[in-house]
Design a protein around this ligand. Sequence first.
Ligand code: C2E
Ligand code: MG
Ligand code: MG
Ligand code: MG
Length: 284
Amino acid sequence: AAKQRGRNNYQVFTQDMNKLVERKLKIETSLRSGLVNNEFELYFQPQNDLNTSEIIGAEVLLRWEHPKLGFIPPDEFIPIAEETGLIVPLGDWVLQESCSQLRKWLDVGLPPIRIAVNISSVQLVGSKLPEKIQQVLQANNIDPKLLCVEMTESVMQNKSETLPILKQIKELGVFISIDDFGTGFSSLNYLKDLPIDELKIDKSFLQDILKDPKEKAIVKSIIDLGNNLALHVIVEGIENEDQVKLLKELNCVIGQGYYFNKPLPKEEFEAAVLISNVCKFTSK
Ligand code: C2E
Ligand code: MG
Ligand code: MG
Ligand code: MG
């Protein structure tokens, strides 16, 4: 009987495996057509001044509603896009669309907010990224200071190739942020080699920060590290007011998270910025 069960388990296992492989293949082939068919959309998650709650920027997050499979989270399709190289045209689209949206907002008189675009390390090598960034900024007449590129520590795996490219990007005057800071495995040494402006503390460090003194000590140390290196520090994944209070005590000034806003479609983001501005003026 045990043997029988084992065999059934094995069959269930291979069925599940097949389903996974099938889904992955479907996603892979749909990525290209999805781009052509305009299935992707940009969402904007506000980044807030922790002291005034004012919206000072936004992280651009990609959303994909697949016509048959429904909503597919970026954590599922981005790795597939990276494996297949499709992250390059997809990333180009995100960059262009983000900058042209910012231009529209500036044109209608929205305050100059900074937009942060996620860049995969795959996009960094051999795809003329600095030239593309320069061209997109120019085409949309955007001050480089209003663009931030978020990259993870994984760019350090290929340091000899990525460092010159990062330096070129920095020379454009664009802001560089290290995303998910503290979750990679690179040595801290890179902080002195890389031309970075900002550390973005990963949301996993915030989960138990109110209860776990060790987690609090780690976050405090990262904030101090950033402040001592004259880097901006931003925390992601803020979900409640007590976290905001604690982070302010730890000298952190910028934050992002569901407590303030979830990632929003462009119209809702625009409305949130306008409300945040009205609040700023009325509270003074
Ligand atoms: P990320 O860059 O670290 O983005 C932050 C993620 O945390 C987003 O997930 C966001 O929705 C989520 N988040 C924000 N605030 C909270 C909070 O308070 N609580 C919790 N639990 N989560 C929060 P999302 O949108 O699912 O994106 C996941 C990842 O996919 C991103 O992580 C990024 O690595 C990647 N990604 C998304 N868009 C792009 C893109 O355009 N290009 C590239 N290369 N990667 C992207
Ligand atoms: Mg990010
Ligand atoms: Mg992150
Ligand atoms: Mg991430």
